[in-house]
Design a protein around this ligand. Sequence first.
Ligand code: NAP
Length: 249
Amino acid sequence: MHTLKDKVALITGGSSGIGLATARLMAEEGAHVVIVGRDEQKLEAAANEIGHAAIPIRADASSISGINALIAKVKETYGRIDVLFANAGMSDCPPILETDEPFFDEIMDINVKGVFFLFTKAFPLLAANASVIFTSSVAHNKGRPGDPLYSMTKAAVRSLGRTLAMDEDVLAKKVRVNTVSPGTIQTPLTKQDTSEMDEMINNYVAATVPMQRWGQANEVAKAVVFLASDNSSYMTGSDLLVDGGLAQI
Ligand SMILES: NC(=O)c1ccc[n+]([C@@H]2O[C@H](COP(=O)([O-])OP(=O)(O)OC[C@H]3O[C@@H](n4cnc5c(N)ncnc54)[C@H](OP(=O)(O)O)[C@@H]3O)[C@@H](O)[C@H]2O)c1
């Protein structure tokens, strides 16, 4: 049985990594997927790979004007959203003492502000019983030496999901809000610039992840599809860790 038959799913960051794997799986489960990113070529390639169930929309999910334009296009095309996956984000941070205000604003805009306003601007289009999923990270509940800013943004996202789940307008519409928290997942985001750095991070994964391996984007996608579907009908405000045990020890 197709768990997302005829559902309309909006996926930011749907052109790469976790978002693309999720879009692919949601399409296989019968959904119409709207995938969002800034790079036109990446988006087109992703949409072609997924097939006719995917519509690519180029938008900057870190700005209100970008989000407004995106939601207007979805409204025009489908008139509703059944699954909202706010997933676009960035992680690379400069050393703490070299972090300046423009960088601070950049990461806050995509990882936090963009998630919040994607939710508020999409809310009028959310169907009754819609499912909202935010991508947080294991970083929200683990100290990460040298990386406070990323962890802070992902803790904000986790907190947002928790509080929105009990919002009276959200409850009145029977909308569920959950977060997914990936651990170390092999995507373009975690690919390093040099083979030395790749080796360093591979050693880190082998030494710290209980399952001693990287996770794959598809393994996160399966958890997101679960949260998107009625299979998780009694879950809201929760956080689903997909981390090979990393945040459990
Ligand atoms: N990979 C991991 O180990 C891991 C672990 C925990 C959490 N996460 C989180 O998972 C999410 C996805 O990560 P990923 O690993 O799949 O990364 P990825 O492969 O780099 O994909 C990021 C996606 O976000 C899009 N994006 C970035 N900024 C955007 C913007 N301003 N507007 C619209 N789209 C934007 C990118 O497209 P464009 O660049 O074309 O815009 C791309 O499609 C992120 O929130 C990340 O923090 C990842």
